[in-house]
Ligand binder design. Structure first.
Ligand SMILES: [Zn+2]
Length: 187
């Protein structure tokens, strides 16, 4: 062998990092081809260099970041879908029970009437829906429409259907109620 092992082993890391001149590289290559001890060192060195491992680490980190991102996105989507489903369920309930598909107006109205003992509240404009206290709601309804300049046509009443009149135009209102609230829905 032309070169001493110690010399080669000194520069083998430089060789590995591709930091040698062409000439020196050739010398190291020739030596490695011949010398098992230096080759073993070189191989061990190149394994220790953990280049593949660090690449793997990087890609693992990337996969983790990516999967976290996907998980976050999935959570956001699930939350959105849940919110929409809840809103639709609330809208359906408020439509069935309170004649309006606006669950927020319905909920606020219901709360004010039931908890805060409020005056009748309009929870929908068109067609008009008013929510009121359940007690004596017939009388409350008559007072409410009278205050707005309507005439209550008592003799034309048909069960839950009540007629009111203003400026020669008749309007039909359906009154219903339970022990929690009363609802007046314009036709
Ligand atoms: Zn050697």
């Amino acid at each position: 062998m032309k070169y001493d092992c110690a010399l080669i082993q000194d520069v083998v890391s430089l060789y590995k990092d591709n930091a040698l001149s062409e000439k020196s590289k050739q010398i190291v290559e020739e030596h490695l081809a011949e010398c098992g001890a230096c080759r073993a060192l070189y191989n061990g060195y190149s394994e220790e260099k953990e280049l593949p491992e660090s690449t793997e680490e990087i890609s693992t980190a990337a996969v983790i970041t990516y999967s976290k991102k996907i998980k976050r996105r999935r959570t956001a989507i699930v939350c959105c879908v849940l919110a929409v489903v809840l809103y639709l369920a609330a809208a359906f309930c408020s439509y069935v029970y309170l004649d309006t598909a606006d669950p927020i107006a319905a909920g606020v109205g219901l709360l004010r009437v039931m908890v805060f003992d409020s005056e009748p509240i309009e929870i929908q404009k068109n067609p008009r829906v008013v929510i009121a206290r359940p007690e004596r709601f017939q009388a409350a309804f008559e007072a409410y429409v009278a205050a707005e300049g309507y005439t209550y046509l008592a003799e034309e009443r048909l069960g839950k259907l009540h007629y009111i009149e203003k400026d020669g135009e008749k309007e039909l209102v359906r009154l219903r109620g339970n022990r929690f609230y009363a609802l007046w829905s314009w036709d």
